[in-house]
Design a protein around this ligand. Structure first.
Ligand code: SF4
Length: 280
């Protein structure tokens, strides 16, 4: 089978940094005593490798013993988590991506400037849960239906977005918000260009292939978004975690396959998959 790879795919710098920070912290704490507050990134295979290296990734600041080192994952955490960790005598290693940190700072600043902060994003995503902690009563909206119920009228609104959202979706939501009465609207672009580059490359590749494989964690927001965009191009698309999820039926009747991967998908997952496809 002919295989074409998306020009930009796989690990972003934020994920690479988070894994490196986790590995360095593990080296320093060879005898244990380091715990991550949730999976370091949204990729099962990387999480398993870190677990095998000795990193517990289901920590809770309220139950850890004083002196334990806690690793804040790439998605960040709210200020209360940092405060509680300090109060409880825990050591903090912060692997929050710099772009997530920027979104946190923007939310804080918008609030200080008197804006009612609105975040376009998935309220259940760990990044969003952390970012909204940097200002009181941040409103999270993800689809048009949310606006009627959640967006306050006649306020000064400060708008940010989850870093991994597609620019088209964010633009659509801002357009809907702009139709409503408000005194002032301030939009700060918190989207991650790493994600945008992967989305553009995937969409471009759809024009050259018969079937697309999007590799990455099933819970990874940016990987899900890649698959959604490819399906939107009317390209038959499969979102798989690894080569183990492949079924020969998926390529039946197709001659050229495209492969892309989310920002938290390691290169070896992509390489294994491409080798298998090329051998078909
Ligand atoms: S996708 Fe962007 S925001 Fe998320 S970790 Fe990577 S660089 Fe940071």
């Amino acid at each position: 089978m002919e295989v074409k790879l998306a020009a930009t795919r796989g690990f972003c710098f934020g994920v690479e940094d988070a894994i490196e920070i986790a590995e360095l912290a593990l080296d320093e704490h060879r005898n244990g005593g380091i715990v991550a507050l949730g999976p370091v990134i949204h990729n099962k295979q990387v999480v398993q490798r870190l677990e095998q290296a000795g990193l517990n990734q289901s920590g809770d600041v309220e139950t850890l013993e004083a002196g334990t080192t806690v690793l804040i994952r790439s998605h960040g955490a709210d200020p209360e988590t940092f405060e509680r960790a300090k109060e409880r005598g825990l050591n903090i290693v912060d692997a929050t991506c710099v772009l997530v940190k920027r979104a946190q700072n923007v939310v804080k600043q918008l609030h200080e400037e008197g804006y009612k902060v609105v975040m376009i994003g998935d309220a259940n995503h760990p990044e969003v849960k952390g970012v909204i902690g940097y200002a009181p009563d941040v409103v999270v909206v993800d689809k048009g239906d949310d606006l009627e119920a959640k967006i306050p009228y006649r306020d000064r609104l400060g708008i940010v977005a989850q870093t991994t959202h597609a620019p088209e979706h964010v633009a659509e939501m801002i357009g809907e918000i702009a139709k409503r009465p408000f005194r002032e609207l301030k939009i700060v672009n918190t989207l991650c260009m790493e994600v945008t580059k992967r989305q553009e490359a995937a969409v471009a590749l759809c024009a050259e292939i018969d079937v697309m494989f999007v590799l990455g964690g099933l819970h990874s927001a940016n990987t899900q978004e890649l698959a959604r965009l490819c399906r939107e191009q009317k390209t038959p698309t499969y979102h798989l975690e690894t080569v183990d999820d492949f079924d020969a039926e998926m390529t039946a009747g197709h001659r050229v396959a495209g492969v892309t991967a989310g920002a938290s998908t390691p290169e070896w997952v992509i390489a294994d998959f491409v080798t298998m496809l090329e051998a078909l």
